[in-house]
Design a protein around this ligand. Structure first.
Ligand SMILES: [Zn+2]
Length: 393
């Protein structure tokens, strides 16, 4: 059944209200309520110019953030939003069943912001609720318990780090839901073993100088991790220092080979950088066996690209890491490499290898992050650092 204009919150804000009575199979509350991880985090889950639907198994409560007191629309269990018609920011809250965005269930509430015909849909939920979805998205839930805990603590720390950074540099959300930060797809990803790892490490974070670190992690280092400065050329954080791994040999991604033709290179580089001509020579400048810079000599001059930017010109399964050697052949390069990912911070397959050898999650984290402490967000000094710049609780 379709209804139009029966809502007391400004009707122009969205497209069509639909009343449905679908039942959600999900419970709103998990067994563990979050403990010290009940801090709210804001995750950008959709940025779109297309219509989208928010629904629930129970009536939705919708209000406008700018016009206090707007009444929730009772009885409506699904709304189609049109980005071009959203003006004031909106809040959508569940009543007795989780919200579904385009059919996928999410914990917490949704904020919707309209920007020149584009809608940002931001999921606001407790860090605990976020982590129980994020951790199994980043690591297989059937891995060893200490490896799951190490990943849970790394993901929690990464989240708190961005909460702190967000307060110094305000924006409408703290993290996005892609691999650029942490992959987040809502409740469908949740798995009991990773939920248990999140619950049993509640509030535990990795700190340096009493502050949560930016706890980068990657799939497989290939034998040795690397310094952040060799990958991103910006900062040189004391705890992101290359260390010998030696625990990720079991990884299915430990060794790789890819044949990269000169045509592929010319096409990929020309799309992002100044168009290059016929390639005469390619040289790789390296540090610790990883490629820092690629220097391409061609008939229009010389193009220099950082190793990381060069890798990201191609789909991730092509140049899987910067830890590779190359051999030239008449049509291009044969790359033989180690590992998958940027190689900075925690090596996930290494964490698994250490867990199999009996190391605890604390020992695993202290191996991959140099000079850090494993602490709780409830610690007095850490809590005071987390409060700097505003009240986030
Ligand atoms: Zn490794």
């Amino acid at each position: 059944m379709f209804m139009r204009g029966r809502i007391r919150v400004p009707a122009l804000l969205w497209g069509i209200l639909i009343a449905t009575h679908a039942c959600s199979p999900f419970m709103l509350k998990s067994r563990f309520s979050g403990g010290p991880d009940r801090t709210a985090v804001r995750i950008l889950i959709v940025k779109t110019r297309d219509n989208f639907t928010i629904s629930s198994g129970a009536p939705l409560a919708v209000s406008s953030k700018n016009t206090q007191g707007a009444a929730p629309e009772s009885g409506s269990t699904a709304i189609i939003f049109s980005p071009s018609r959203i003006s004031a920011p909106l809040m959508v809250q569940p009543t007795d069943s989780p919200l579904l965005l385009n059919g996928l269930p999410y914990r917490g509430t949704m904020e919707i912001i309209g920007l020149n015909g584009t809608a940002l849909v931001i999921n606001v939920l407790h860090i605990h609720e976020y982590l129980v979805s994020v951790v199994p998205g980043e690591i297989p839930a059937d891995w060893e318990e200490e490896a799951l805990k190490a990943q849970a603590v790394a993901a929690r720390t990464y989240t708190y780090y961005h909460l702190l950074a967000g307060r110094k540099n305000p924006q409408p959300y703290d993290l996005d839901a892609t691999a650029q930060s942490q992959v987040y797809r809502g409740m469908n990803d949740e798995k009991p073993r990773t939920t248990e790892a999140v619950a049993s490490t509640a509030g535990v974070v990795i700190v340096y100088d009493y502050q949560p670190i930016i706890s980068y992690f990657h799939s497989t280092c290939g034998g040795r991790t690397t310094d952040d400065r060799y990958v991103w050329n910006q900062r040189d954080l004391p705890y992101l220092t290359g260390v010998r791994c030696g625990y990720c040999g079991e990884s299915t991604k430990f060794l790789w080979e890819y044949i990269l033709t000169l045509d592929e290179i010319r096409e990929a580089v020309s799309k992002t950088y100044r168009a290059i001509g016929r390639i005469r020579n390619i040289a790789f400048r390296k540090k610790d066996d990883r490629v820092l810079e690629i220097v391409i000599h061609h008939n229009r001059g010389v193009t220099r690209i950082s190793g990381n930017n060069f890798r990201l010109l191609f789909p991730p399964e092509k140049i899987r890491s910067l830890y590779f050697t190359s051999k030239q052949y008449n049509k291009g390069l044969i790359l033989t490499g180690h590992g998958w990912g940027h190689g900075v911070g925690l090596c996930q397959w290494g964490a698994r290898g250490m867990a199999q050898k009996g190391f605890t999650y604390r020992e695993i984290l202290k191996h991959y992050y140099s000079g850090v402490e494993i602490a709780s967000v409830k610690d007095r000094y850490i809590a005071s650092k987390l409060r700097q710049g505003g009240d986030y609780h």
